[in-house]
Design a binder for this molecule. Structure first.
Ligand code: PMP
Length: 396
């Protein structure tokens, strides 16, 4: 596995220097060296995509379309699926919301990141389930009662790191004539996200979370809704033909939703990351998750946030409540005194995080008031056991 570009040592308040423990990878991951190299290699040839003749444009157009193919392979896209480059996961899910056929309801659970809660026009919300099995049963029950065109679920929670039963949910959705979209923003950096294997109809993810921080994301999946909808942005590239009186024939395929000059470097960066992450297994990360959770369990003032049972499968994300500390001040002290970067807050999943904070606090001390924010440690490539141990020592 290629290395990560890291900032090296940072200076602490007491004058010591330590290597920075980046435990905020779920928010934005550092850059893979192969990604930076792929971008640097292309830069001397940087030119227009789909819009010119000459060596630069030919090369850039080729690289952009090759990036699309690499991403399609990475995602196990089926023949006929479309891969659209977007800005990020939020943009990808907003695009999907625009192409859902008029009047079709979209079902989500109240456990989603706001990017997968807010874009939908007509929605059916289900309570956050307490286990993967409950999620599947609740979906089946809901779809028996209510007709939906799309079910949109996270593949791995950005709050708890818990992995959702996407394949089983896709099976249920399909039985009731609905499609299934996967928000893979947090799974894609850690495990394969394969449309065919998962049986999902759409997948969205962000480049900056798969170690490719150049401003691009992806929506991939069934072409028919994408081709039937109005273009996401009206403009050049999306238009196949415009008359003198501004009558327009729109393009089909990815071009329909990629109007304007595309983010070539973002696409090339994502493709380089996909090549690197394809098929990667991350046993070291699983060991770090277990080590961190075991260490947190020993701290009397700390309790992890979880929706499912303690044995549920997780990616490298662990959020926790810390009693008796202001979360913001705690994060500042972790940074300035220990060289550790974490995230505090409600992680753009307000309903879920508030509820889990209250539950975690009650498990620790039923009479205590829940903190207003949680602390999240998230990790992946470049994280070491020493980083985890430093966090545990600091919290202790
Ligand atoms: N979904 C999940 C599960 C996420 O964790 C995030 C980012 N925190 C998003 C969607 C949105 O991603 P982006 O900010 O890259 O659009």
């Amino acid at each position: 596995m290629s290395t990560i570009l890291s900032p090296g040592d940072v200076k602490l308040r007491d004058g010591r220097s330590v290597d920075f423990a980046n435990l905020d990878i779920a928010a934005t991951a550092p850059c893979l060296r192969v990604v930076a190299d792929a971008v640097a290699e292309l830069l001397p040839f940087y030119g227009s995509v789909h819009r010119g003749a000459g060596a630069l444009s030919e090369r850039c157009t080729r690289e952009y379309e090759q990036a699309r193919e690499t991403v399609a392979d990475f995602l196990g896209a089926r023949d006929g699926d479309t891969v659209v480059f977007t800005r990020n996961t939020t943009d990808a899910l907003n695009l999907l919301a625009r192409v859902v056929p008029e009047g079709a309801a979209v079902l989500t659970f109240d456990a989603e990141h706001h990017a997968n809660l807010l874009p939908w026009k007509k929605t059916v919300h289900l309570d956050a389930p307490r286990s993967p099995q409950e999620a599947v049963a609740a979906l089946e029950d809901a779809l028996r009662r209510e007709r939906c065109g799309l079910v949109s679920v996270t593949a791995a929670s950005n709050v708890t790191g818990e992995v959702w039963p996407v394949t089983a949910l896709a099976d249920v959705a399909h039985r009731f004539g609905a499609r299934l979209a996967v928000d893979a923003a947090q799974l894609a950096p850690h495990a394969p996200v394969d449309l065919t294997a998962l049986g999902a109809d759409y997948v969205a993810f962000s480049g900056h979370k798969v170690y490719a921080p150049f401003g691009a994301g992806v929506l991939a999946g069934r072409a028919d809704w994408l081709d039937a909808a109005e273009p996401y942005l009206a403009g050049g590239g999306a238009s196949a033909h415009v008359d003198d009186d501004a009558g327009v024939r729109w393009a089909t395929g990815p071009a329909r939703h990629e109007a304007g000059t595309p983010n070539l470097l973002g696409a090339v960066a994502i493709a380089a990351a996909c090549r690197e992450l394809a098929g990667a297994d991350h046993p070291a990360e699983r060991a770090l998750v277990a080590r961190l959770r075991a260490g947190l369990a020993e701290l009397p003032h700390v309790e992890e946030l979880r929706l499912f049972g303690p044995e549920a499968q997780r990616v490298g994300i662990v959020s926790f409540a810390v009693l008796g500390e202001d979360p913001g001040e705690l994060a500042t002290r972790l940074g300035r005194d220990h060289g550790i970067g974490v995230r505090t807050g409600l992680f753009c999943a307000h309903p879920l995080t508030r509820r889990l904070l209250a539950e975690a606090t009650a498990r620790l001390d039923p009479s205590a008031q829940a903190p207003a924010q949680a602390v999240r440690a998230s990790f992946g490539l470049g994280t070491t056991q020493a980083h985890i141990d430093r966090l545990l020592a600091a919290l202790r």
